[in-house]
Design a protein around this ligand. Structure first.
Ligand SMILES: Nc1ncnc2c1ncn2[C@@H]1O[C@H](COP(=O)(O)OP(=O)(O)OP(=O)(O)O)[C@@H](O)[C@H]1O
Length: 251
């Protein structure tokens, strides 16, 4: 199993953002995390990223119980994130963006660390993009010259390059048109096909339901449903998101 959260609870003062949230992503699986506004999706994703620490429950990465107190902890366990805003630097090239926060150093002539090895960076970028069948017009243009779909692809490739266990995605199709959304969905399947677990938070129910293996629906901070995606239709998802049939169990 790549990543799991079991019976997680999280409070912010008087707000109980999560009260019994669980999910589990196997390697090679896409798990869709759905829920209405305020259901706790972002909080849950931030816990899996190491940004927030749960008050209750436990996290498991690569079959080992873990405690993560920072994003760096999550990254050290092979868990990386594609943020909704992509966290790309618009003025930097594709290659530079792939290494933001992960600069590759080599020993300089005097044995000092601190020189970026550009050739290695370029080669690793090319390999990462090739493995995901991502074609870009150039690796040296600033990110701002790329289309929204291409930028999303770079952000996904960066996360995959630094992940060995799981990739978390926050609304990967929210800013994209139909065709680019389809390409990003294909890319997500490719990422899972490389043996990573994928957890995706989205409001794009039809598209994500079509590519997910499993669906977890949060309702008021609780996992209300955790089933194979093939067992659900979009109206089923909506009904659970809005709490149809959940009021008694959530009370
Ligand atoms: N840092 C915080 N401080 C206080 N309350 C918070 C904080 N983060 C989230 N909450 C509250 O926790 C609850 C769950 O919020 P969260 O953002 O996780 O939901 P969501 O499902 O991601 O919603 P949306 O789809 O609107 O982004 C909400 O009531 C929210 O106001």
């Amino acid at each position: 199993m790549a990543i799991a959260a079991e019976h997680v609870g999280k409070r912010f003062g008087h707000v109980e953002a999560l009260r019994d949230a669980s999910l589990r992503a196997e390697r090679g699986q896409i798990v869709a995390l759905f829920g209405d506004n305020g259901a706790g999706k972002s909080t849950f994703l931030r816990i899996l990223q190491g940004i927030h620490q749960p008050d209750a429950g436990r996290l498991v990465v690569d079959d080992q119980p873990v405690s993560m107190t920072s994003v760096r902890d999550a990254q050290a366990l092979g868990v990386d994130t594609v943020h909704q805003d992509l966290s790309l630097a618009p003025d930097l090239s594709v290659v530079d963006n792939m290494f933001v926060g992960h600069e590759v150093l080599r020993r300089g002539p005097l044995g000092r660390m601190g020189v970026l090895d550009r050739r290695e960076m370029t080669e690793r970028t090319e390999a990462a993009l090739r493995e995901l069948s991502i074609n870009l017009p150039s690796l040296t243009v600033p990110i701002s010259d790329l289309s929204g779909g291409q930028r999303q692809a770079v952000a996904v490739a960066r996360a995959v390059m630094w992940s060995s266990t799981a990739v978390l995605m926050d609304e990967p199709t929210a800013a994209l048109g139909a065709r680019q959304s389809e390409l990003v969905c294909d890319l997500m399947r490719t990422v899972a096909g490389r043996g990573l677990g994928v957890v995706v938070v989205s409001h794009d129910l039809p598209r994500i339901l079509a590519i997910a293996d499993r669906v977890v629906i949060l309702f008021r901070g609780r996992t209300a449903l955790d089933v194979p995606a093939a067992d659900l239709t979009v109206p089923d998802v909506v009904a659970t998101m809005v709490g149809y049939g959940q009021e008694e169990s959530a009370a």
